[in-house]
Design a protein around this ligand. Sequence first.
Ligand code: GAP
Length: 445
Amino acid sequence: MDDLVSLCKRRGFIFQSGEIYGGMQGMYDYGPLGVELKNNLKQAWWNAMVYENDNIEGLDAAILTNPTILKYSGHEDTFTDPMVDCKSCNQRFRLDQVPEHCKKEDLTEPRQFNLMFKTNVGPIEDGSSFGYLRPETAQSIFTNFKNVVDSSSKSLPFGIAQIGKAFRNEITPRNFIFRVREFEQMELEFFVEPGTDEDWHKKWVQKRLDWWEDQGIPMKSIELYDVPKDELAHYSKGTIDVMYKFPHGLEELEGIANRTDFDLGSHTKNQDELNISANVVENKSSNTRLAIQNIETKEWVVPYVIEPSAGVDRGVLAIMNEAYNVETLGEGKERTVLKLMPHLSPVKAAVIPLKKNNEELVKIASSLKSRLQKLNLGRIILENTGNIGKGYRRHDEIGTPLCITIDFDSIEDNTATLRDRDTMNQERMEIDKIPEYLIKVVNGL
Ligand code: GAP
């Protein structure tokens, strides 16, 4: 973990937030390379969910959330962690995370602590008008259920996908970006006919494992945890946690829950007229029926929900952990190389003129950079430093799959040297063929 944290800071992936004022616990900022990696990961998820499935639609809802939503979702009452104070070190811990140095007799009785951030909404600060920063993106998917169904003519099974920030006032944020107070989630709520939910649950577990593998997480680093009944969240009939071997231990990367008809059943009007199986609180506030009419029987059905919910930040940490390699090169030399899947790499290619500021070389390099940039594969960098060895080392360390060197032969024969990040093999290629080649590299073709 220390090596990763150090690389992240040195190369501009991730910084402690507000570091110049001593930082703030549980908050991190993504730097120039981090934002590219994170965007690429989110795009890969969006492609796999929304673009590859005609029965999944996207959403980008507000972060500030009406408290009524979080009352009926159960978050106001149950989104809590038990916490204890240690009278000896004067620190507060989550009950299951008390460090060994705190003695049992120094701990207070556990108290429930709500993890939601509350904020004032509007100009009056008397507590009469407030909102929450959403603790998960899921709720706005449920409250927009009818809007999406009506505007996109969906029938079961279908899904709504959302990527966005979520906030939790974690009692003990820790392990770098693993447990933070502000993070991003990639959540799919997949609505199915009751009775087909268990099959769909299994299917989504497999689909999500396949996706993580495509992002460079090998299955040997993953374990599935079938959450026991007494540990399930209040909404869940069954949850499979995708556990990853993080540098600090085996922990949850993603949860895939069978949320039954709890959510739509909690937020719908006319609950009595709908055959809701989950144990829901009476809703007197909703003005909308969150159900789907069966075309043949004309009966209104509250769909069950399968929810794959992944953390973007935990994904970034796992992916960087897998990609991070220190290789011995012989003669006591070594190189650090980030073997990211090329579609995730923050920089897709570096174009390097052999000699710094040489007019002819830089002209060819700039023209190639512009051509490659227009392919829309991601960031292409013109590296005009004149130090090829240093350029290769830097790009190995940040995971750039391809370095392209423009030298004096390039002026004569319109070719360039391509260096592969993983094998370090070099080959000569016509410059006009490089765009097509890079498309293949980035897309893993
Ligand atoms: N809608 C369901 C839900 O939010 P969750 O298990 O509480 O379920 C889903 O969160 C995912 O969000 C987790 O698997 C994890 O990847 C991520 N996550 C949750 N809390 C986090 C935190 N404090 N810091 C970073 N990621 C977090």
